[in-house]
Design a protein around this ligand. Sequence first.
Ligand SMILES: [Zn+2]
Length: 539
Amino acid sequence: MRAMSFELRDRDLLGRIGRLRTKSGTVETPAFMPVVNPVSQAIPPRRMMEEFGCDILITNAYIFRKHFGDMLDLEIHRFLDYNGVVATDSGAYQILVYGEVEASQEEIIEFQKRMGSDIAVILDIPTGWDVPRSKVEWTVEETLRRAEAAIPLIEGDEALWVGPVQGGTHLDLVERSAKAIASMPYQIHALGSPTEVMESYRFPILVDMIMVAKRNLPPERPLHLFGAGHPMVFSLAIALGCDMFDSAAYALYARDGRYLTPHGTKRLKSLSYLPCSCPVCRRRDAEELRGMLKGERVRLLSEHNLHVTMSEIDTVKQAIAEGALWELMEDRCRGHPALASALRGLYKYRDDLERGSPSYKGRGLFFFDSGCLARPEITRHIKRLEEQYLPSVTKGKLLLILAPERRPFNKAQQYARLKRNMEEGLDQASRDFHVCFYAPPFGVIPIELAETYPLSQFETAEPLDRETLEFASDSVARYVAKSSHKEVVIYSGKGTLDVLVESKCREACQEKGKELSVVSDLKPWGSEAMERLVNALRG
Ligand SMILES: [Zn+2]
């Protein structure tokens, strides 16, 4: 096998922009590989590269062997008239569809070497969909056995070899499969059989499958998601660490009159307009496209579908480069309720997402609702507060103040007035308190951190939903419980968040034997409320 070269350039969430070197050239990831049928090519590969920007494609070694195996010159780049990177699949998909193939793993491996594939796959056994657990176990063990047996056959080969992960929706078996294949010298891994999961819109389980595989595979090896070709899933899958995709969906959907968009699929027959800026859609309207002869219509629809697919990959890359992958993923996940559920399901993987994300982004954070609670900025803030920040605080009292209207909170006019009042009304001894603001979604924001990123640069959609307010108030109460202060003073309004913060902190203080006083007012920034606070602090 070829020495591995996969260099990472940029990252956001678990998504990354990388450069994968193969013997025929370097491919930037995330990359989409259109499936090219060697027997009938809807769009010639050369055009794919020149007009669509596909510098990598995938074709099927098994089908190629079946139809053209007797040819003298089997070199696949010449056969396809394509000088980009060619990946080959082994026929495993045909096993999934037809139950078996008429070739041994040795023959398929040898054939891929003769074809000059740049990226090649062993003849694994796809798990498939809706099969008994005993069968799933067998696909996992047989794939591992074949992966082990393939190692001496591919030693010294110039291609990059893919070690597939099977297990389907059985997460413990995905884990077993990923751990075992991770210990073998494959340069790329691929997660098998998600196609049916995606077609039945079971995106939450897809998230679990990817995350279990990802956690157990070496991070320095690219991860390919087999058979994923709908642009609406790219941002999510890439955010979870998938680097490569392959699919024939662009062509298959076209045959069926389906028009891809980054937010979902539409039927050509029900389109009044063509909402796309690709050359196909700019040159004609929906009526014209519908009126064409079938062959021409399918060809043009395939072209549109491929344009949209390639363009979405670039959109995701740009989002990674500017640190906006979460926002993009959120937008795409609103395209279907099942994707929105998957987005919510990310909460349990928040630590994984946080580890991958850069700590500073040159842009403010927009927070819409509880669907965003897994955002790495929030996870990181709460972790930092509870693990590193709290122990260093030594002031006598904790003064929790509701967030002023302007950011940064410590520079807000409302807080400046309150501060003046406290300075004028209190002697040195009564001023021994640590000021923290509380604000959703972050919870506690200590005054010293108010000007740091992203606490100085975030906007929330008001009013926030109950789940976000619960989340923020829980986080405040946890902070209060963990802090070393014996006395806590809350200065608040009368809103839902204020009420939640008060009741949860009261519970925490009771449990920890802390003294709590609360000054809450309908007009928290009025003189009267401020005076009450000064009195409370004096006492
Ligand atoms: Zn188009």
